[in-house]
Design a protein around this ligand. Sequence first.
Ligand code: GTP
Ligand code: IMP
Ligand code: MG
Length: 338
Amino acid sequence: MLTIVVGGFFGDEGKGKIVAYLGLTDKPYIAVRCGAINAGHTIVYNGRTWKLRAIPSAFINKDTRLRIAPGALIRLDVLYKEIRETGVHDRLLLDYNTGVIEERHVEIERRDAILSGKIGSTLQGVGAAMADRVLRRLRLACDIPELKKMVTDVALEVNEALDKGFNVLIEGTQGTFLSLYHGTYPYVTSRDTTASGFASEVGIGPRRVDEVIVVFKAYVTRVGAGPLENELSEEETIRRGWVEKATVTGRLRRVAPFNIDLARRAVLLNSASQAAITKLDVLYPEARGVREWDKLPREARKWVEEIEGAIKTPITLIGTGPEATHIIDRRRELGFTR
Ligand code: GTP
Ligand code: IMP
Ligand code: MG
């Protein structure tokens, strides 16, 4: 079974935590990370925290084969640092075609007034490297001698694993409204961040996708410039306890209440079959660490059900804390196999 996890707002919805949980429970044979190193995914497990920009968040399942998509972009120093931090050298491979960001890409972005000023880019060189890729001058993993033993054909491995009936988990990055095609252009990132975009980054056709899980947070956050409806003032954000700092850049995230219209459109753009909502414990502190639907406070259940009705999509996974296991998994009771 093939599952794709994507962000439903502007990124940082908690995809890392959801993917880490699915890694533990669904035991994927292969987990593939898409996107690039501008996206930081936070994983908290057994009290330890990792902030990963290249390695699949499902690494906490020690039996899962870890792969980086052909459409993804890495930086060698970031890759090696994360391999050391996670100890996954014996089960991590990149695709031959994974793109490699170089220092000059970072320099190009730092000098670019539109990216650093108007857009509020993370300035990690991702857009500049994508531009080089389009112009067919970007170096790929297969061009780097030191990666020789670390490359494989990810599309072939994933398709063969699916032929054998194994679970495969694809980890998207950022959020639907940062999509180059479907987002709030020009305030977007340099790739398509919808489920179709990530399927394409891996080398999977639309007919092979079984489940698309769109991840929302209990409120909306956005880093960098661009429209954010009903944005809260900094004082109001602090008063509500919704303050967040960006994983890669350390900037304060802009904040707004949950947005039903955006959520509906994210479901549409991704053909989502399920939704996840993280950080319910931030809205309802009594929900912290709860793992069963019936044990949630009544108001919290009502809030989730109202959103579920409005987006016409089952909310199968509910985050109740930062730990990978702080989740209510309603998939079975809602009729999903896994
Ligand atoms: P991008 O690909 O960069 O968009 O990141 P992401 O979607 O993986 O999210 P990121 O890890 O950057 O930010 C989510 C934050 O919320 C992290 O600090 C997580 O530890 C935290 N988090 C995730 N789920 C929950 C939850 O259910 N409750 C609480 N309290 N924190 C959560
Ligand atoms: P860039 O893709 O780094 O050039 O950034 C373009 C826009 O996307 C900026 O507004 C960034 O803040 C935003 N962005 C890029 N990656 C992420 C992410 O992982 N989480 C949240 N916002 C991101
Ligand atoms: Mg993030």
